[in-house]
Design a protein around this ligand. Sequence first.
Ligand code: FDA
Length: 307
Amino acid sequence: MLGPVLLAAARSAGVRRLVSSTPVTRPVVDRYIAGERLDDAVTAVRALTGRGLEVTLDHLGEDITDPAEALRNRDAYLALCEALAALGLGERAEMSVKLSAFGQALPGGHDLALANITPVAEAAAEAGTTVTLDMEDHTTTDSTLAILRELRRRFPRTGAVLQSYLFRTEDDCRALAGEGSRVRLVKGAYKEPASVAHQRRREVDRAFVRCLGILMTGQGYPMIGSHDPRMVAIGQEMARRAGRKPGEYEFQMLYGIREAEQARLAAEGHRMRVYVPYGTDWYGYFMRRLAERPANVAFFLRSLATR
Ligand code: FDA
Protein backbone atom coordinates (compact mmCIF):
# COMPACT_ATOMS: atom_id res chain seq x y z
CA MET A 1 0.00 0.00 0.00
CA LEU A 2 2.77 2.42 0.95
CA GLY A 3 4.61 2.06 -2.37
CA PRO A 4 1.98 3.79 -4.55
CA VAL A 5 1.61 6.61 -1.99
CA LEU A 6 5.36 7.23 -2.05
CA LEU A 7 5.46 7.09 -5.83
CA ALA A 8 2.68 9.70 -6.00
CA ALA A 9 4.61 11.80 -3.44
CA ALA A 10 7.71 11.50 -5.66
CA ARG A 11 5.98 13.91 -8.05
CA SER A 12 4.46 16.28 -5.49
CA ALA A 13 6.09 19.69 -5.12
CA GLY A 14 4.68 20.12 -1.57
CA VAL A 15 6.04 16.83 -0.26
CA ARG A 16 9.32 17.54 -2.05
CA ARG A 17 9.72 20.79 -0.07
CA LEU A 18 8.86 19.06 3.21
CA VAL A 19 11.16 16.06 2.75
CA SER A 20 14.04 18.09 1.28
CA SER A 21 14.03 20.58 4.16
CA THR A 22 13.99 17.96 6.94
CA PRO A 23 17.58 17.62 8.20
CA VAL A 24 17.20 13.95 9.20
CA THR A 25 16.47 13.05 5.58
CA ARG A 26 20.14 13.50 4.79
CA PRO A 27 21.67 10.35 6.36
CA VAL A 28 19.02 8.21 4.63
CA VAL A 29 19.64 9.98 1.31
CA ASP A 30 23.39 9.49 1.68
CA ARG A 31 22.95 5.76 1.56
CA TYR A 32 21.75 6.03 -2.04
CA ILE A 33 23.57 9.07 -3.44
CA ALA A 34 27.33 9.39 -3.99
CA GLY A 35 27.27 13.11 -3.15
CA GLU A 36 26.18 16.43 -4.55
CA ARG A 37 29.23 17.43 -6.60
CA LEU A 38 31.05 16.02 -9.61
CA ASP A 39 34.11 15.51 -7.37
CA ASP A 40 32.04 13.25 -5.13
CA ALA A 41 31.03 11.18 -8.15
CA VAL A 42 34.65 10.91 -9.30
CA THR A 43 35.69 9.75 -5.82
CA ALA A 44 32.98 7.07 -5.92
CA VAL A 45 34.06 5.98 -9.42
CA ARG A 46 37.67 5.61 -8.25
CA ALA A 47 36.62 3.60 -5.20
CA LEU A 48 34.24 1.29 -7.06
CA THR A 49 36.44 0.65 -10.09
CA GLY A 50 39.35 0.10 -7.70
CA ARG A 51 37.34 -2.79 -6.27
CA GLY A 52 36.80 -4.37 -9.70
CA LEU A 53 33.30 -2.95 -10.26
CA GLU A 54 32.14 -0.93 -13.25
CA VAL A 55 29.91 2.15 -13.04
CA THR A 56 27.19 4.08 -14.79
CA LEU A 57 26.82 7.67 -13.59
CA ASP A 58 23.56 9.53 -13.24
CA HIS A 59 23.66 13.30 -12.80
CA LEU A 60 20.40 13.59 -10.87
CA GLY A 61 17.60 15.59 -12.47
CA GLU A 62 14.21 14.83 -13.96
CA ASP A 63 10.79 16.30 -14.76
CA ILE A 64 12.18 19.76 -15.54
CA THR A 65 9.76 22.55 -16.35
CA ASP A 66 12.08 25.14 -17.91
CA PRO A 67 14.21 24.67 -21.08
CA ALA A 68 17.10 26.49 -19.35
CA GLU A 69 17.31 23.58 -16.90
CA ALA A 70 17.71 21.19 -19.82
CA LEU A 71 20.77 23.15 -20.94
CA ARG A 72 22.19 23.10 -17.41
CA ASN A 73 21.68 19.33 -17.26
CA ARG A 74 23.31 18.88 -20.68
CA ASP A 75 26.29 20.94 -19.49
CA ALA A 76 26.56 18.89 -16.30
CA TYR A 77 26.80 15.75 -18.42
CA LEU A 78 29.39 17.38 -20.70
CA ALA A 79 31.49 18.18 -17.60
CA LEU A 80 31.04 14.57 -16.48
CA CYS A 81 32.28 13.36 -19.89
CA GLU A 82 35.44 15.46 -19.46
CA ALA A 83 36.03 13.99 -16.03
CA LEU A 84 35.52 10.45 -17.36
CA ALA A 85 37.87 11.11 -20.29
CA ALA A 86 40.54 12.16 -17.77
CA LEU A 87 40.02 8.94 -15.79
CA GLY A 88 40.51 6.91 -18.99
CA LEU A 89 38.31 4.04 -17.90
CA GLY A 90 36.54 3.66 -21.26
CA GLU A 91 33.18 1.90 -20.96
CA ARG A 92 34.03 0.73 -17.43
CA ALA A 93 32.52 4.13 -16.54
CA GLU A 94 29.50 5.01 -18.67
CA MET A 95 26.57 7.38 -18.11
CA SER A 96 22.83 7.00 -17.53
CA VAL A 97 20.50 9.83 -18.53
CA LYS A 98 16.84 10.60 -17.95
CA LEU A 99 15.42 12.35 -21.00
CA SER A 100 12.93 14.27 -18.84
CA ALA A 101 16.01 16.13 -17.53
CA PHE A 102 16.75 17.10 -21.15
CA GLY A 103 13.30 18.56 -21.79
CA GLN A 104 11.32 15.55 -23.07
CA ALA A 105 8.12 16.57 -21.23
CA LEU A 106 8.15 20.20 -22.41
CA PRO A 107 6.28 21.39 -25.54
CA GLY A 108 8.24 20.10 -28.53
CA GLY A 109 10.00 17.93 -25.97
CA HIS A 110 10.92 15.00 -28.18
CA ASP A 111 13.01 17.16 -30.53
CA LEU A 112 14.36 19.22 -27.65
CA ALA A 113 15.51 16.12 -25.76
CA LEU A 114 17.13 14.72 -28.91
CA ALA A 115 18.89 18.03 -29.58
CA ASN A 116 20.18 18.19 -25.99
CA ILE A 117 21.27 14.57 -25.65
CA THR A 118 23.11 14.43 -29.00
CA PRO A 119 26.15 16.50 -27.89
CA VAL A 120 26.37 14.31 -24.76
CA ALA A 121 26.42 11.14 -26.87
CA GLU A 122 29.10 12.76 -29.08
CA ALA A 123 31.23 13.74 -26.07
CA ALA A 124 30.79 10.27 -24.59
CA ALA A 125 32.01 8.64 -27.81
CA GLU A 126 35.02 10.98 -27.88
CA ALA A 127 35.78 10.04 -24.27
CA GLY A 128 35.66 6.35 -25.24
CA THR A 129 32.49 5.69 -23.32
CA THR A 130 28.75 5.65 -23.92
CA VAL A 131 25.29 6.57 -22.67
CA THR A 132 22.33 4.47 -21.53
CA LEU A 133 18.87 6.07 -21.71
CA ASP A 134 17.00 5.43 -18.46
CA MET A 135 13.30 4.64 -18.90
CA GLU A 136 10.72 6.78 -17.10
CA ASP A 137 6.93 6.42 -16.99
CA HIS A 138 5.06 4.66 -19.81
CA THR A 139 3.99 7.90 -21.51
CA THR A 140 7.64 8.43 -22.48
CA THR A 141 8.50 4.93 -23.75
CA ASP A 142 7.78 5.52 -27.46
CA SER A 143 9.65 8.82 -27.52
CA THR A 144 12.64 7.38 -25.62
CA LEU A 145 12.90 4.36 -27.93
CA ALA A 146 12.63 6.63 -30.99
CA ILE A 147 15.47 8.79 -29.61
CA LEU A 148 17.45 5.60 -28.98
CA ARG A 149 17.03 4.55 -32.64
CA GLU A 150 18.12 7.99 -33.80
CA LEU A 151 21.20 8.04 -31.54
CA ARG A 152 22.21 4.49 -32.44
CA ARG A 153 22.61 5.50 -36.09
CA ARG A 154 25.66 7.55 -35.09
CA PHE A 155 26.47 6.04 -31.70
CA PRO A 156 25.64 2.33 -31.91
CA ARG A 157 26.77 1.69 -28.32
CA THR A 158 23.91 3.79 -26.88
CA GLY A 159 21.90 1.64 -24.48
CA ALA A 160 18.29 1.57 -23.35
CA VAL A 161 16.28 0.39 -20.36
CA LEU A 162 13.18 -1.82 -20.63
CA GLN A 163 10.79 -2.40 -17.72
CA SER A 164 9.30 -5.86 -17.26
CA TYR A 165 6.15 -4.50 -15.59
CA LEU A 166 4.90 -3.02 -18.89
CA PHE A 167 2.79 -5.35 -21.06
CA ARG A 168 4.57 -4.08 -24.18
CA THR A 169 8.06 -5.00 -23.02
CA GLU A 170 8.32 -8.53 -24.40
CA ASP A 171 7.75 -7.06 -27.87
CA ASP A 172 10.27 -4.30 -27.16
CA CYS A 173 12.80 -6.94 -26.07
CA ARG A 174 12.32 -8.79 -29.37
CA ALA A 175 12.81 -5.54 -31.28
CA LEU A 176 15.97 -4.74 -29.32
CA ALA A 177 17.57 -8.20 -29.18
CA GLY A 178 19.63 -7.63 -32.33
CA GLU A 179 23.38 -7.41 -32.66
CA GLY A 180 25.07 -4.46 -30.95
CA SER A 181 21.99 -3.58 -28.93
CA ARG A 182 22.61 -2.87 -25.23
CA VAL A 183 19.52 -3.32 -23.04
CA ARG A 184 19.24 -3.00 -19.27
CA LEU A 185 16.24 -4.99 -18.11
CA VAL A 186 14.62 -3.79 -14.86
CA LYS A 187 11.30 -4.48 -13.14
CA GLY A 188 10.20 -0.82 -13.31
CA ALA A 189 10.01 1.89 -10.66
CA TYR A 190 7.05 4.16 -11.56
CA LYS A 191 3.38 4.08 -10.61
CA GLU A 192 1.67 2.68 -13.70
CA PRO A 193 -2.03 1.99 -14.38
CA ALA A 194 -3.40 -1.55 -14.76
CA SER A 195 -4.20 -0.76 -18.39
CA VAL A 196 -0.50 -0.82 -19.30
CA ALA A 197 1.37 -2.67 -16.57
CA HIS A 198 1.32 -5.79 -14.39
CA GLN A 199 0.34 -4.79 -10.85
CA ARG A 200 1.34 -7.91 -8.92
CA ARG A 201 4.93 -8.63 -7.99
CA ARG A 202 4.73 -12.22 -9.13
CA GLU A 203 3.54 -11.19 -12.59
CA VAL A 204 6.28 -8.57 -12.88
CA ASP A 205 8.86 -11.22 -11.89
CA ARG A 206 7.52 -13.75 -14.38
CA ALA A 207 7.58 -11.14 -17.13
CA PHE A 208 11.16 -10.27 -16.12
CA VAL A 209 12.18 -13.90 -16.65
CA ARG A 210 10.43 -14.08 -20.03
CA CYS A 211 12.03 -10.81 -21.17
CA LEU A 212 15.46 -11.89 -19.97
CA GLY A 213 15.07 -15.13 -21.93
CA ILE A 214 14.47 -13.13 -25.10
CA LEU A 215 17.49 -10.89 -24.50
CA MET A 216 19.84 -13.71 -23.47
CA THR A 217 19.04 -15.84 -26.52
CA GLY A 218 19.27 -12.81 -28.82
CA GLN A 219 22.35 -11.23 -30.38
CA GLY A 220 22.54 -8.13 -28.19
CA TYR A 221 24.17 -7.35 -24.86
CA PRO A 222 21.82 -7.96 -21.88
CA MET A 223 22.30 -5.91 -18.71
CA ILE A 224 20.46 -7.45 -15.75
CA GLY A 225 19.35 -4.53 -13.55
CA SER A 226 18.06 -6.20 -10.40
CA HIS A 227 18.96 -6.83 -6.76
CA ASP A 228 16.56 -9.74 -6.55
CA PRO A 229 18.58 -12.89 -5.72
CA ARG A 230 16.19 -15.00 -7.83
CA MET A 231 16.60 -12.81 -10.91
CA VAL A 232 20.39 -12.82 -10.43
CA ALA A 233 20.48 -16.63 -10.18
CA ILE A 234 18.17 -17.03 -13.18
CA GLY A 235 20.28 -14.55 -15.15
CA GLN A 236 23.42 -16.55 -14.41
CA GLU A 237 21.77 -19.81 -15.44
CA MET A 238 20.28 -18.33 -18.63
CA ALA A 239 23.65 -16.88 -19.62
CA ARG A 240 25.28 -20.28 -19.09
CA ARG A 241 22.63 -22.05 -21.19
CA ALA A 242 22.91 -19.44 -23.95
CA GLY A 243 26.68 -20.07 -24.02
CA ARG A 244 27.45 -16.49 -22.97
CA LYS A 245 30.72 -15.94 -21.14
CA PRO A 246 31.23 -13.21 -18.51
CA GLY A 247 31.63 -10.01 -20.52
CA GLU A 248 28.87 -11.02 -22.92
CA TYR A 249 26.24 -9.83 -20.42
CA GLU A 250 26.43 -7.91 -17.16
CA PHE A 251 24.74 -7.40 -13.84
CA GLN A 252 23.79 -3.94 -12.63
CA MET A 253 22.75 -2.75 -9.17
CA LEU A 254 22.14 0.63 -7.57
CA TYR A 255 24.70 2.43 -5.41
CA GLY A 256 24.24 1.52 -1.76
CA ILE A 257 22.06 -1.56 -2.33
CA ARG A 258 23.30 -5.13 -1.72
CA GLU A 259 26.95 -4.12 -1.80
CA ALA A 260 28.17 -7.52 -0.56
CA GLU A 261 26.34 -9.17 -3.44
CA GLN A 262 27.91 -6.70 -5.88
CA ALA A 263 31.35 -7.64 -4.56
CA ARG A 264 30.55 -11.36 -4.68
CA LEU A 265 29.46 -11.27 -8.32
CA ALA A 266 32.53 -9.26 -9.34
CA ALA A 267 34.81 -11.66 -7.42
CA GLU A 268 33.22 -14.58 -9.27
CA GLY A 269 34.29 -12.94 -12.54
CA HIS A 270 30.98 -11.43 -13.62
CA ARG A 271 30.87 -7.93 -15.03
CA MET A 272 29.10 -5.98 -12.29
CA ARG A 273 28.13 -2.36 -12.88
CA VAL A 274 26.98 0.02 -10.14
CA TYR A 275 24.54 2.83 -10.95
CA VAL A 276 25.98 5.91 -9.21
CA PRO A 277 23.65 8.91 -8.81
CA TYR A 278 25.04 12.28 -7.74
CA GLY A 279 23.81 15.87 -7.66
CA THR A 280 21.43 18.05 -5.69
CA ASP A 281 18.17 17.02 -7.36
CA TRP A 282 17.88 13.74 -5.47
CA TYR A 283 14.24 13.91 -4.36
CA GLY A 284 12.47 11.84 -7.08
CA TYR A 285 15.21 9.19 -7.13
CA PHE A 286 15.19 8.93 -3.33
CA MET A 287 11.41 8.56 -3.11
CA ARG A 288 11.45 5.71 -5.64
CA ARG A 289 14.06 3.93 -3.50
CA LEU A 290 11.85 4.37 -0.41
CA ALA A 291 8.86 3.02 -2.34
CA GLU A 292 10.79 -0.12 -3.29
CA ARG A 293 11.43 -1.09 0.29
CA PRO A 294 8.98 -0.27 3.11
CA ALA A 295 11.71 -1.00 5.71
CA ASN A 296 13.49 2.12 4.45
CA VAL A 297 10.41 4.19 5.25
CA ALA A 298 10.25 2.78 8.78
CA PHE A 299 13.91 3.73 9.28
CA PHE A 300 13.24 7.20 7.91
CA LEU A 301 10.16 7.73 10.12
CA ARG A 302 12.01 6.47 13.21
CA SER A 303 14.73 9.08 12.60
CA LEU A 304 12.01 11.75 12.46
CA ALA A 305 10.33 10.50 15.64
CA THR A 306 13.56 10.40 17.67
CA ARG A 307 14.48 14.00 16.94
P1 FDA B 1 12.97 -6.19 -5.67
O1 FDA B 1 12.29 -4.90 -5.62
O2 FDA B 1 12.20 -7.44 -5.64
O3 FDA B 1 14.15 -6.20 -4.66
C1 FDA B 1 14.94 -7.35 -4.36
C2 FDA B 1 15.75 -7.10 -3.13
O4 FDA B 1 16.69 -6.05 -3.37
C3 FDA B 1 14.95 -6.59 -1.92
O5 FDA B 1 14.39 -7.65 -1.19
C4 FDA B 1 16.00 -5.82 -1.15
O6 FDA B 1 16.84 -6.72 -0.43
C5 FDA B 1 16.81 -5.20 -2.24
N1 FDA B 1 16.31 -3.87 -2.59
C6 FDA B 1 15.59 -3.53 -3.69
N2 FDA B 1 15.33 -2.20 -3.70
C7 FDA B 1 15.87 -1.71 -2.57
C8 FDA B 1 15.95 -0.41 -2.01
N3 FDA B 1 15.42 0.65 -2.60
N4 FDA B 1 16.61 -0.25 -0.83
C9 FDA B 1 17.19 -1.30 -0.22
N5 FDA B 1 17.15 -2.57 -0.70
C10 FDA B 1 16.51 -2.77 -1.87
N6 FDA B 1 13.63 1.55 -13.04
C11 FDA B 1 13.02 2.23 -14.04
O7 FDA B 1 11.79 2.28 -14.07
N7 FDA B 1 13.77 2.86 -15.00
C12 FDA B 1 15.13 2.79 -15.02
O8 FDA B 1 15.76 3.35 -15.91
C13 FDA B 1 15.77 2.05 -13.98
N8 FDA B 1 17.15 1.96 -13.93
C14 FDA B 1 17.72 1.08 -13.03
C15 FDA B 1 19.09 0.85 -13.08
C16 FDA B 1 19.65 -0.13 -12.27
C17 FDA B 1 21.12 -0.43 -12.38
C18 FDA B 1 18.83 -0.86 -11.35
C19 FDA B 1 19.41 -1.93 -10.49
C20 FDA B 1 17.50 -0.57 -11.25
C21 FDA B 1 16.93 0.41 -12.06
N9 FDA B 1 15.57 0.71 -11.98
C22 FDA B 1 14.99 1.44 -12.98
C23 FDA B 1 14.79 0.31 -10.77
C24 FDA B 1 14.04 -0.99 -10.97
O9 FDA B 1 12.98 -0.80 -11.88
C25 FDA B 1 13.47 -1.51 -9.64
O10 FDA B 1 12.55 -0.58 -9.13
C26 FDA B 1 14.51 -1.78 -8.58
O11 FDA B 1 15.67 -2.34 -9.12
C27 FDA B 1 13.95 -2.79 -7.53
O12 FDA B 1 13.66 -4.01 -8.14
P2 FDA B 1 14.59 -5.32 -7.97
O13 FDA B 1 14.68 -5.97 -9.30
O14 FDA B 1 15.88 -4.94 -7.38
O15 FDA B 1 13.77 -6.32 -7.11
